[in-house]
Design a protein around this ligand. Sequence first.
Ligand SMILES: Nc1nc2c(c(=O)[nH]1)N[C@H]1C(S)=C(S)[C@@H](COP(=O)(O)O)O[C@H]1N2
Ligand SMILES: [Mo]
Length: 522
Amino acid sequence: MRNRDRLLSGALAALAGLLAVAAALAVAELLAALAVRREAGPVTAVGGAAIDRTPTPVKDWAVRTFGEQDKLVLRLGILAVLALLALLAGVLARRWRRLVAGLVLAFGGLGALAAAERPDAGGWDFLPSLLGAAVAAGTLWALVGALAPPAAPGVWAGGAGRRRFLLAAGAVAVASSGAGLLARWRNAADAAEVAADRSALRLPPPASPAPPLPAGASLDIPGVAPFRTPNGDFYRVDTALTVPRVDVDAWRLRIHGLGVSRPLTLSFADLLAWDLVERRITLTCVSNEVGGPYVGNASWLGVPLPGLLRAAGVRPPQQGGEADQLVARSVDGMTLGTPLSAVFDGRDALLAIGMNGEPLPFEHGYPVRMVVPGLYGYVSACKWLTELELTTFGDFDPYWVRRGWAVEAPVKTQSRIDTPRGFADLRAGETVPVAGVAWAQHTGIDRVEVRVDEGPWQEAELADEDSVDTWRQWHWRWTPDAGSHRIEVRATDRDGATQTADRQGTIPDGATGRHSVVVRVD
Ligand SMILES: Nc1nc2c(c(=O)[nH]1)N[C@H]1C(S)=C(S)[C@@H](COP(=O)(O)O)O[C@H]1N2
Ligand SMILES: [Mo]
């Protein structure tokens, strides 16, 4: 009987720990949603701090392993750790109530510190976590107290205590659920408002439309990535635990820094008044493994960056300007550094506001992002842009460079086999297309070759070229024998350079090596 009582009281204490943390999170999220900002919620703040402190190889692994689910995995991970700590705190609080309550308070203080230290933090961002900490400590104190009255610490109070505890626990559960739901409702309402603003946006037609797409740019082979990637399928890579929801009316872009003789602050309406251009540009992530999915091609509508910078009085480095790095800053404090020489060398460097005929999706940088052909995304494609600062590479290391990635990062020539893959249903003697995409942005693809089982290289047929800034589909007809075969691909760019077979990982400046697939033929 005594043992069962002890077990029950331990379980109830653990429950008290869970409830205390749930109450803390609910109250903190509610305060963040109502009075501070959504991103000041403890899970988001701690998650953001964790992302920034994660060693580069681990982060790169997480992106490759969990893909677009990386943020969900992190969130669930944080909640799981919190739940474990909560259970432990509850159990230990039976014996060391004061000490554990103090530790809980201190732990919440760490959350407050993390929130205050976010690069985009406002002055009150610490408050939700701090209030949460107080709620957690207080709730734990009270619930564990109800379980074992202070008069007899550690001793099971029996039926009366249990009833008192269950009443209090029920009240905490109801109040936390209410607060949590209210916080959710408020965040959803805010998001709906911004989404309505986005839907109501009418983008002006481009003064300079994209040239017509050559009819032969798309081969229409099942299994091959479509020439134009639909927005919903476009890869997403960023550190934003909650996708920023920018109020487009309040949005401003500041252009300032070294050699900026006319600093500018522009509204979204100001940007719309520029002559807009429309260009198809293929974007690639430096974290894309050989054969990986982090590449996509879209039609971007935007303001040409060189003209905008000239309006601010910026002199190109090619003409003796002092600045050589353009640092883009996003609303969440992310920084990306682009070589100014590339922006001014005649390529279509854009401040994009439209993607495939609609305003930028939230995940892809609404309302304004940068796009520069030929450079990996982390040195060129700042989403949720709010500031452009002219500086030098000597004076400032942006976010990814501080974490071991290369300062300059032109896209490396790559090719990918999209079909056949894995468990394709292949029969000996039946001809099938081997096909995929190849890219060498701002250089162009001139040749793609395929070989089977280390045989002679065979030239694949290329789809018509759209521009040097877009990827190119290719295909080759294959009539296989029965058995297991390895198909390999390599591309040659317009500079005459053939993709190297040397395998290099994604860090520090992009993977190299040839993509190959192994298929079974019956
Ligand atoms: N604000 C912000 N912009 C960002 C990033 C980010 O983490 N934050 N990631 C960059 C990286 S690494 C890439 S590859 C591209 C990806 O753009 P996409 O998600 O629209 O495909 O965005 C870039 N812009
Ligand atoms: Mo990236």
